[in-house]
Design a protein around this ligand. Structure first.
Ligand SMILES: OC[C@H]1O[C@H](O[C@H]2[C@H](O)[C@@H](O)[C@@H](O[C@H]3[C@H](O)[C@@H](O)[C@@H](O[C@H]4[C@H](O)[C@@H](O)[C@@H](O[C@H]5[C@H](O)[C@@H](O)[C@@H](O[C@H]6[C@H](O)[C@@H](O)[C@@H](O[C@H]7[C@H](O)[C@@H](O)[C@@H](O)O[C@@H]7CO)O[C@@H]6CO)O[C@@H]5CO)O[C@@H]4CO)O[C@@H]3CO)O[C@@H]2CO)[C@H](O)[C@@H](O)[C@@H]1O
Length: 503
């Protein structure tokens, strides 16, 4: 869209700010617990010129009573309040458990009737090499297995999203909901649960592959046989959660990951994740066809061991990313089919804040992932990974939001679509923290007044069209070719007194 005036041109730089709501705002009993308290907080957010909020729509709460028995009442109350307070909404289809990840303050398991299937068939859950199951999210190995009263996992997700659309039709029509974040794994992210704190992982352990359930094992065997290598097995030399790369045969210098067998495994492991995303996004697209909103997926910021040749932690998470192989542009290319937004986390982190031994590179990782998505022509949104209230973190977010600063003549070449701040709490609303946060919101808005239609000056949201035809895997894998990331300026339109700190 060509801006008609200077003001319009500046509004094309306006990055809307959303705030994540507390994880248990609707509690495990499906009750909107403290409406008065939340309304007060939403008013404070609105007064701070915040554009909207993000909320988990927990599968484990809504469909807890039994298959297809969705109960939306509490969420309708919540959505109505968000609407009344003049905020927009990003709704996460949370097909995962809450509990077990950093910051998980409440426990919300996936529905009991789904977990009951696991009593007789524990292989529906991701499993590590030593056989430990992870009940956070169904293994993608059962995506197409009719194990749930005759339905497959993909059908369960699809029916839930259709029910959401039916029951929230008025809010969708009123354009309260700007995007649907489609849950694709633990913490709602497209990844394997390779670094579960409840199983003893601690930062910066390399994590473990999670493909030893019977479905994924059988799938791998078949893939290896078809490739002419029936003797190839799943890795048995990749170490344990808290190992360092060099302690394992798989990730050490000249390790298994560089052999033909290692490459075959890693390609299979990461391709399964791409296919998983594609299938569920296709169902999401069908569920929300015609709605004026966008689909989005979350990709985790696995920044530890990024500066190690092996990129071990990314590999165990399912991001097959090495110096000579881009493991994120493939995800972005997959998303082009659904015109979906790639929502990336850890945008607040600086390399200098990370422990030396973690060989961590959050700044380079963010630059790589954002550049990959922009090169594929899709939109990018961002989140911070850990709670922060300081200007240093806000400045890094500002730089990543518009890596070359504000363009006074129209949309900047590089900009994110929206930023979601983690998370609403009493601490955020303490007067000093709130004052800093308000300044941050203003900066994200390119110093413009609050504008509920800012999207119109960047990429207006059109009624959702049907996904494009499937992209052959060979075409997606062409995007593994590494490209130079776009240059990010060290200092952009940040808080001036802190800008020098981040350079
Ligand atoms: O509602 C939407 C979803 O929300 C939640 O998922 C989000 C998740 O919360 C986010 O973190 C993010 O997920 C990813 C993230 O992108 C990845 O980068 C990664 O996070 C790792 C992180 O990058 C690593 O640096 C490391 O973090 C360790 C950290 O470096 C250590 O300093 C320490 O953190 C302390 C922290 O310093 C301290 O202040 C305190 O903070 C907690 C606070 O006390 C408490 O009151 C509460 O407010 O929570 C605070 C946590 O911020 O304690 C921290 C923990 O001890 O340890 C860190 C952990 O060792 O490791 C991180 C991985 O553990 O992985 C994340 C998860 O995949 O985006 C998610 C999606 O939006 C929910 O989990 C979902 O269910 C919701 O759907």
């Amino acid at each position: 869209m060509v801006p008609a005036s200077t003001n319009d041109a500046l509004l094309a730089n306006y990055v809307p700010v959303f705030v994540m709501l507390p994880l248990g705002v609707v509690n495990a009993e499906n009750v909107f617990e403290d409406p008065d308290g939340l309304r007060e907080q939403l008013k404070q957010l609105r007064a701070a010129d915040v554009d909207g909020v993000m909320v988990d729509v927990w599968w484990g709460i809504i469909e807890s009573k039994g298959p297809k028995s969705c109960e939306w009442g509490a969420y309708r109350e919540l959505f109505k309040m968000v609407q009344e307070e003049g905020l927009k909404l990003q709704a996460i289809m949370s097909f995962h458990q809450c509990g077990g990840n950093v910051g998980d303050a409440v426990y919300i398991p996936i529905p009991q009737w789904v977990r009951d299937v696991a009593a007789a068939n524990p292989d529906i859950f991701y499993t590590n090499r030593s056989g430990t199951r992870n009940p956070e999210y169904l293994s993608l190995g059962v995506d197409n297995e009719p194990l749930f009263g005759g339905r497959t996992a993909v059908e369960l997700y699809s029916d839930f999203m259709k029910s959401f659309r039916e029951n929230m039709a008025d809010f969708l029509h009123a354009r309260l909901i700007t995007d649907i974040e489609v849950g694709l794994g633990p913490a709602g992210e497209l990844r394997y649960p390779s670094y579960p704190q409840v199983q003893g992982w601690s930062f910066p352990g390399i994590g473990e592959f999670q493909c030893y359930d019977k479905y994924l094992t059988a799938d791998f065997r078949q893939a290896a046989a078809e490739a002419g290598h029936p003797e190839w097995k799943l890795p048995d030399d990749a170490g344990e959660y808290n190992d360092t790369p060099e302690k394992t045969k798989f990730f050490a210098e000249s390790g298994t990951y560089l052999t033909e067998r290692g490459k075959f495994f890693l390609t299979w492991y990461s391709n399964k994740l791409l296919k998983h995303a594609d299938q569920i996004l296709d169902r999401a697209n069908q569920a929300f066809l015609g709605c004026k909103l966008k689909l989005a997926i979350k990709v985790s910021g696995v920044h530890w061991w990024y500066k190690d040749d092996s990129h071990a932690a990314e590999l165990t998470a399912g991001y097959y990313n090495l110096t000579l192989r881009d493991g994120y542009r493939t995800i972005a290319r997959q998303l082009t089919r659904h015109d979906a937004i790639l929502n990336f986390t850890c945008v607040e982190m600086r390399d200098s804040e990370q422990p030396e031994e973690a060989k961590s590179g959050p700044e380079e990782l963010v630059q790589q992932v954002l550049s990959a998505a922009w090169r594929e022509g899709i939109e990018v949104a961002c989140e911070n990974a850990l709670n922060r209230y300081d200007t240093a973190a806000y400045n890094v977010m500002l730089r990543n939001a518009r890596p070359n600063g504000i363009n006074p003549n129209g949309p900047p070449k590089l900009r994110i679509s929206a930023l979601t701040y983690l998370r609403l709490s009493d601490v955020l609303l303490e007067s000093e923290n709130l004052a800093t946060f308000k300044l941050f919101v203003k900066k994200m808005h390119a110093d413009q007044d609050y504008c509920p239609d800012s999207q119109n000056f960047f990429k207006p949201i059109r009624p959702m069209k049907r996904s494009k035809p499937e992209i052959p895997m060979e075409k997606i894998l062409e995007a593994t070719e590494p490209l130079e990331p776009y240059p990010f300026d060290p200092v952009t339109d940040m808080f001036s007194d802190e800008a020098s700190e981040t350079s």
